[in-house]
Ligand binder design. Structure first.
Ligand SMILES: *Cc1c(COP(=O)(O)O)cnc(C)c1O
Length: 426
């Protein structure tokens, strides 16, 4: 790639912000403050910022609860009984799925377990689960506990995709060849859409094709992909996907999570599943009968009535996503992250390297910077100045300019302070 589209000076950042068709969206979010000014918050991969409209959406539900009590389930301005439906269409749009394929429910690790209950069905000869090395710890725990739950041993059933010696990211062709060679023993391929540590985006269409060709079930954890990449879940065809809503989706800490089950399983009522009343056929849910009848589609995996307050916040954010549009957001994101990479490479200070792939199709918003020494202290110093990324032991500083609310000037400030901070230590 030629970097000539970018220039090193601060004026360039200001000019890019002026020209940015999405710049007004920044005003729709609360930007954390320090000494009376905006922080450079490149931390939307950990916790997205609060939409200013969130309080109004929540207030509405609190008022209806105060006014109506239990009647709010049916008589609130947005009745709570079907409240999660208000998110179905926009969620489907966000991940390019059909409405029947998506639901917001529970939280991420719970959804991962629920999906494995239905879609990890090991046999004596096909019992392995493939994950990427360095998957988010919760995913590793969940997967290993499912393997044990079925009476298998992670030592023989847990397969990690590992980069080649000297490399930080797994090559797509290596994933494909592992699946081709060992696929017959693999029950489930479960990868992050974007790995949280390296920022690598996987080729989900290709992995799904390769997995299905070998008879494997394919699922994705999209915690770092939803609201970040342009997803095409229905077309790519994985069996399931799960994601949380508090990172790029700005639903607030612990917000209700997302789940995708491909349409081909919409009427798979014979699949094993853990059931709860909210997944029961709506027509007869309140007859309170003893026999579980699952709803069609992803809805049939719901367990409990969801937190309306939490869904209200998510609605505020999803309305903004709908308005801005994922295609425009992704286009800005490619440019912003490209600019971040350009500035970091332009300074080319010793003491750090970028481990995230350079190709735009192999990454989302995030760049992971490996710091060769004193990284933790450096990140703490930056945070005290209001320059935010996220530090992961032992050596990785993860920064993500988010196209909804970050500016080119945020990126410029970040790099200037980062380079100044790293200088004296190296
Ligand atoms: C953030 C994240 C989680 C967190 O799980 P919760 O159940 O929401 O606490 C799990 N997996 C991945 C890949 C994540 O990025």
């Amino acid at each position: 790639m030629s970097n000539s589209v970018f220039q090193p000076g601060e004026n360039f950042a200001a000019a890019m912000d002026d020209r940015d068709p999405l710049k007004r969206y920044r005003e729709r979010f609360f930007i954390p403050q320090i000494a009376g000014g905006d922080c450079a918050y490149l931390c939307g991969h950990s916790l997205g910022l609060q939409p200013k409209t969130a309080a109004g959406y929540v207030e509405q539900e609190l008022e209806d609860w105060a006014r109506l009590g239990v009647e709010g389930h049916f008589r609130a301005s947005n009745p709570w009984m079907p409240y999660h439906r208000l998110l179905t269409e926009q969620t489907a749009e966000l991940v390019a799925a059909k409405p029947i394929e998506v639901v917001v429910m529970n939280s991420l690790t719970i959804n991962l377990h629920l999906m494995m209950v239905s879609f990890y069905r090991p046999t004596a000869t096909r019992h392995k689960i493939v994950v990427e090395r360095g998957a988010f710890p919760s995913d590793q725990y969940a997967v290993q506990s499912q393997i044990r739950f079925h009476g298998f041993d992670p030592a023989t059933s847990f397969i990690e995709l590992t980069p080649r010696p000297g490399e930080s990211c797994v090559r797509d062709e290596d994933i494909e060849s592992l699946i081709e060679h060992a696929g017959e023993e693999v029950a489930l391929i479960l990868l992050g859409g974007v790995n949280y540590a390296t920022g690598q985006a996987f080729d989900m269409a290709r992995i799904t094709r390769a997995g299905h060709a070998q008879g494997c079930v394919v699922g994705f954890d999209l915690a770092h992909a939803a609201g970040n990449l342009l997803l095409k879940l229905h077309e790519w065809g994985p069996d399931f996907a799960v994601w949380c809503s508090y990172k790029y989706l700005n639903g607030g800490p612990g917000c209700v999570a997302g789940c995708f089950v491909h349409e081909r399983h919409a009427r798979a009522f014979d699949l094993p599943r853990f059931a709860g009343w909210w997944g029961h056929d709506e027509e007869s849910r309140f007859e309170m009968g003893p026999d579980f009848r699952a709803m069609r589609g992803a809805d049939g995996w719901q367990l409990s009535n969801p937190s309306i307050v939490s869904l209200a916040v998510l609605r505020a954010s999803m309305d903004i996503f709908h308005e801005a549009g994922m295609e425009r957001l992704r286009a800005k994101s490619v440019s912003l992250t490209g600019y971040l990479e350009f500035l970091l490479r332009e300074k080319a200070a010793p003491g750090f390297s970028i481990i995230t792939p350079h190709e735009k199709d192999r990454r989302g918003a995030q760049l992971s910077i490996r710091l060769h020494q004193n990284g933790r202290a450096l990140c703490q110093r930056l945070a005290e100045e209001g320059i935010f990324g996220d530090w992961r032991e032992p050596d990785t500083f993860r920064v993500a300019p988010v196209p909804l609310y970050n500016s080119y000037q945020d990126v410029f400030r970040f790099v200037r302070r980062f380079i100044a901070a790293i200088g004296p230590n190296t």
